[in-house]
Design a protein. Structure first.
Ligand code: NAG
Ligand code: NAG
Ligand code: NAG
Ligand code: NAG
Ligand code: NAG
Ligand code: NAG
Ligand code: NAG
Ligand code: NAG
Ligand code: NAG
Length: 752
């Protein structure tokens, strides 16, 4: 504490001397590790990326290359050296890594992504004409959503994290969330408060649901967490933090938002603890969290215990996330209450770390605008001194909040692209908004924007949108999307193929070009519980996707060796099949309305016994689309069979029923090999046979009754005990071709 206090004095002194920066209070958010350490870290990254070719580069971190007036902004400089090497100089490890990726992509035509790398680096290295110097217009480039921990990261080991942190650095991220392992800290806090292990075990949620346990949305579901889980996550977090910090990132740690286990009432019977309303259609056995009154000294006491223990374990970069009212309305809309509530959260941070900055998601303002009127928003935000919090404008790619809150009433904010819900797989993007939004936000009257960011609920899909958004973090004006995507199609496969370029132009003008707001979940009937009332409307012209499918198929012989091409071939075929499912769905509905049993049998058979099994085969042939991988990585973290079964239960539940009764049914749907056959196709099969039965018995289709019987099918999937392969099976080339030859002609037929 005293060491921290001393730092505070020194840093606050430094802060007070910065006249130019708009938010002097954010000045101290800088990498703590020395330039030399950052240089070594980014050199090691390069070694992992390029192996022996690493020696062709000279990487240097030097924070003094920017003048005093720009000292908080990241910069990189590229130049060719006389000996043929390329020098990348930058203000932080992240800045150097970003410069390196800029060189590799712009000069060498390389590409890295979640679905594969294309790293054919020319020899000798292409020369950089003169000096390329890029300074980021903003302090921060943020990454992660609290939900990404559950939908994507939950089963990751260090190897996968290491790769992701490399990706972050190359993508320019300098402000990542670092939420792993916090349950291990809470475990200690709860025990020292006097709870017993049974009470803790009854309260916590399972690994796949930690995001919502942390936000107070739910409790007591799919747990408990074993001590080995906590220990493992703690170790992982140490490695993650060490690596992030060594690259010059500022990891954001969690702080106390006010949620406590119900059993706390045993220890403090006189405390004022309110129960919030239910969340996510869960009943109060699993939601209706206990929230401590922010006025009570116990609030500060617990907040302090947690943060002290956390900092003791992990050290800190002075920035913390807490969300008290995420998707849950406060018990009062009185501005005084809201100000004191946010002030209490902030106070619990600064009593431990006087330099604390509070990072808060701005999702609530968009999610519940009826509650969050200007007075309420302002009250909550002004409960904290201006500049001591940063708001994530979480869904700015569709519904920015800065514009209707006068730029968050003076608090700094980060323009974020959310893009993805539930880690659904499906092509989606708002490229025009991404290419405009950050610039509009920056030039908004009295704008308080301090960065750009990525806040997807899930990752490892739609690489292209993330690559585009990452570029925005370093730009001062929009780019030419047509030109950009044509180059992207070349880099991604390592060579120019006109068919592939044509496919990408079509995708960019259709699936990736949502220009008006709609719910962005994958709403394909394929991944939803069958009913006669599914919404199959689209934001794009499906013939563009079918044509892209044809173009990709035409590029196969040229590009098949490329891993990223194979991924995209599977993905475009998958997207086309998803559209075909909608066509079959319409046929089924029409057949039913026309009392045609034959029509139902024909379309039903084609759908559940041909198209979907073929899709399952296709997905099973690519390592990025495997149910088995999700399940096996879950099991691999267990120390015994019982734990492995619990993790598998978590993994299977999250992507299907979600909660105990199908509470957020199919929210996190996935198009994966294994899941198509044994979950989605089963449901469609049951739907068709039910419709046929209805026609035969001359009774109307009863959705409520169908829901009851289909729930059995859904539950059966969770306990079916089948082990799905963790490695791809089958020949993508053959399967994709067969699907195309059989089904592409049908798309033509339907349009003529
Ligand atoms: C860092 O850059 C500054 C400003 O250009 C320069 O004076 C200094 O020598 C550099 N430091 C190192 C270690 O190269
Ligand atoms: C934990 O506390 C509960 C009361 O909340 C009590 O019923 C239970 O016996 C205790 N369990 C242990 C293992 O001490
Ligand atoms: C909540 O639902 C579960 C089953 O989904 C049930 O077992 C439990 O009794 C319910 N709790 C309440 C408080 O209704
Ligand atoms: C208890 O807390 C709630 C909100 O947290 C507040 O509205 C209420 O007035 C408090 N009750 C008492 C008795 O302090
Ligand atoms: C911007 O801030 C200035 C100074 O606080 C104020 O006078 C002006 O009205 C603000 N402009 C807008 C458009 O809010
Ligand atoms: C964008 O690039 C395309 C392809 O090079 C070009 O045809 C188009 O005119 C450019 N658009 C603008 C606005 O410059
Ligand atoms: C997206 O759609 C808009 C409006 O339909 C159009 O003007 C724009 O050119 C499209 N953008 C791309 C990248 O195709
Ligand atoms: C969709 O694209 C096709 C082919 O370019 C075109 O014929 C059709 O009119 C378009 N449909 C709509 C609704 O724009
Ligand atoms: C029923 O079938 C007739 C003739 O095949 C067709 O014209 C009509 O559109 C169908 N009705 C529905 C609701 O599909």
């Amino acid at each position: 504490m005293s060491a921290l206090g001393l730092w505070a004095v020194v840093l606050l002194f430094a802060v007070s001397r910065c006249a130019q920066c708009r938010f002097q209070t954010l000045e101290h958010l800088r990498p703590a590790v020395r330039d030399k350490v950052q240089t070594e870290a980014v050199q090691e990254l390069l070694q992992r990326l390029l192996g022996s070719r690493a020696r062709d580069f000279l990487l240097t971190v030097n924070r003094s290359i920017v003048g005093a007036e720009q000292q908080t902004l990241d910069r990189f400089e590229l130049r060719s050296l006389l000996d043929g090497r390329v020098s990348v100089l930058g203000t932080t490890g992240v800045a150097v890594a970003t410069g390196l990726y800029r060189y590799l992509s712009s000069f060498c035509g390389c590409h890295i992504s979640w679905s594969g790398d294309q790293l054919e680096v020319p020899s000798p290295l292409p020369r950089v004409p003169g000096l390329v110097r890029v300074t980021s217009p903003n302090r921060f480039r943020y990454y992660q959503n609290v939900c990404t921990y559950s939908y994507s990261f939950v089963w990751w080991n260090w190897e996968r994290w290491e790769r992701e942190i490399d990706w972050m650095a190359l993508s320019g991220i300098n402000l990542p969330l670092a939420f792993t392992g916090q349950e291990a800290i809470w475990q200690r806090v709860y025990i020292s408060l006097g709870l017993n292990q049974t009470e803790i075990d009854n309260f916590v949620v399972g690994p796949a649901f930690l995001a919502w346990g942390r936000m107070g949305n739910m409790h007591s579901w799919a747990g408990p967490l074993s001590s080995s889980w906590n220990k493992n996550q703690l170790n992982l977090q140490h490695k993650i933090l060490l690596r992030m910090r060594s690259l010059g990132m500022l990891p954001v740690l969690p702080a106390f938002a006010g949620f406590v286990p119900g059993a706390i009432t045993r220890l403090f019977p006189k405390e004022n603890i309110t129960r919030l309303g239910s969340w996510g259609h869960l009943n109060c056995s699993y939601s209706c969290s206990y929230l401590l009154d922010s006025e009570t000294p116990l609030f500060q006491h617990i907040g302090k215990m947690f943060l002290l223990e956390l900092i003791k374990e992990f050290d800190t970069n002075h920035i913390y996330n807490a969300d008290t009212f995420n998707e849950m309305s406060p018990s009062s809309s009185d501005p005084k209450y809201l100000s004191s509530a946010s002030n209490a959260v902030f106070k619990s941070m600064i009593q431990v770390d006087p330099l604390a900055i509070w990072l808060m998601q701005g999702w609530l303002f968009v999610n519940k605008p009826s509650f969050w009127q200007p007075t309420q928003v302002k009250a909550l935000l002004h409960g904290v001194p201006l500049g001591r919090m940063i708001i994530l404008d979480l869904f700015a790619d569709s519904r920015p909040a800065y514009s209707f809150t006068e730029s968050f009433y003076g608090q700094p904010f980060i323009w974020c692209m959310l893009h993805n819900f539930g880690d659904n797989i499906g092509m989606y993007g708002t490229v025009e908004t991404i290419n405009k939004g950050p610039f509009e936000a920056r030039s908004f009257p009295n704008s308080t924007m301090v960065g750009t960011g990525l806040t997807p609920e899930g990752i490892e899909q739609n690489d292209v949108v993330y690559e585009l958004m990452n570029e925005m973090g370093w730009r001062r004006e929009p780019l030419n999307l047509t030109e950009w995507v044509m180059l992207y199609a070349q880099r991604r496969y390592g060579k120019k193929n006109d068919h592939a370029v044509a496919a990408w132009l079509l995708l960019f003008q259709s699936v990736y070009n949502n220009t008006f707001y709609r719910p962005d979940h994958n709403r394909s009937p394929l991944v939803h519980r069958p009913s006669l009332k599914l919404d199959i409307s689209l934001w794009y012209n499906k013939s563009d996707v079918y044509e892209a499918w044809r173009q990709m198929q035409a590029a196969v012989s040229d590009l098949f060796p490329s891993e990223t091409f194979r991924y995209d071939l599977v993905d475009v075929t998958r997207q086309s099949v998803q559209l075909l499912v909608s066509e079959f769905y319409e046929d089924l509905k029409n057949a039913f309305l026309n009392y045609s049993i034959v029509g139902l049998q024909t379309s039903g058979n084609a759908l559940s016994h041909d198209l979907l099994p073929e899709l399952d085969k296709l997905l099973s042939s690519n390592r990025h689309f495997l149910l088995g991988h999700w399940l096996e990585t879950a099991r691999s973290l267990a120390t015994n069979e019982k734990e492995a079964d619990l993790y598998e239960f978590n993994a299977r539940s999250q992507i299907t029923l979600w909660g105990p009764g199908g509470n957020l049914l199919d929210y996190a749907n996935k198009q994966w090999g294994g899941l198509i056959n044994d979950y989605y196709a089963q449901r469609w099969d049951l739907f068709v046979s039910t419709l046929i039965k209805c026609l035969k018995m001359r009774v109307p289709f009863n959705q409520a009754h169908f829901n009851q019987i289909v729930f059995q099918v859904e539950q059966n999937f969770i306990v079916n005990k089948i082990r799905y392969p963790d490695k791809p099976v089958g020949n993508t080339f053959e399967i994709a071709k067969k699907l195309f030859l059989k089904y592409y002609p049908q798309t033509i037929k339907r349009f003529n």
